[in-house]
Design a protein around this ligand. Structure first.
Ligand SMILES: [Zn+2]
Length: 237
């Protein structure tokens, strides 16, 4: 191989390694549940207590009532991260979540990926949802969960301005694509003191799907969890 070709090959290889590394780094910063680079998020509660937190995203939705029934029967309070657009669609369910003592968080209005969005668009999504939730439930959220767990530049100053704290999770049930038995296994086998568990009671606005697997899994999750841990809202972890 002539020297110039070797030089070109080395240059290409180094470029590839550099760009791949850069991609992995950027992805970690914006997407890793534990990333604190752009701003601080709660990922886990204190490990010294026996408390864990169940969290439900994307609602309210058609599965919310069944989930609320189960939580009520088990005398468990959870945290619901609501989409403003879904609160407008199911205001009665949003009110019921509040009335039954659950904690309500902000999960944006339309559930967009925040990557590359302007601060104006991010603020619009968050502040409109704060107003809708306050109007429909009488509660102003203090917690925020970014859609798809994706954070972006400008997000954290908007959260601060609105008195919101970002909440990620330590156990991802992946309930949107698993069978009930797999969801139960993923959650129950990984429960440790302070865990924050990600589940879904709703479907993002303008998307379709079912949360039946989550409803079916929840009964077994509650059964397996209740003797071992105390389930509390995120703010009481
Ligand atoms: Zn979501």
């Amino acid at each position: 191989m002539p020297t110039t070709d070797v030089g070109l090959a080395v240059w290409l290889l180094l470029s590839f390694v550099f760009l791949t590394g850069l991609g992995v780094l950027v992805w970690y910063v914006v997407a890793a549940p534990g990333s604190q680079v752009l701003g601080k998020s709660i990922v886990h509660g204190p490990r010294g207590s026996r408390r864990i937190a169940l969290t439900f995203d994307d609602g309210p939705g058609e599965a919310t009532a069944a989930i609320l029934d189960m939580l009520k029967q088990a005398e468990i309070r959870a945290t619901f991260f609501l989409c403003g657009q879904n609160v407008e669609r199911y205001p009665g369910l949003a009110r019921r979540i509040a009335e039954e003592g659950h904690e309500i968080g902000n999960h944006t209005y339309s559930h967009p990926r925040l990557l590359g969005r302007t601060p104006g668009k991010i603020a619009w999504e968050i502040e409109l949802t704060q107003n809708i939730i306050a109007h429909r439930t009488g509660r102003t959220p203090a917690l925020f969960r970014p859609p798809y767990g994706l954070r972006w530049f400008g997000l954290f100053s908007i959260l601060k301005r609105n008195g919101l704290t970002s909440v990620m999770w330590s156990i991802n049930s992946r309930d949107w694509k698993r069978h009930p038995a797999e969801i139960v296994e993923r959650v129950v086998n990984h429960e440790t003191p302070g865990a924050i568990i990600l589940l879904h009671d709703g479907i993002p606005p303008r998307k379709s799907g079912s949360r039946q697997a989550t409803v079916e899994a929840l009964r077994d999750i509650l059964h397996a969890t209740m003797g071992r841990f105390e389930c509390v809202p995120v703010s009481e972890l």
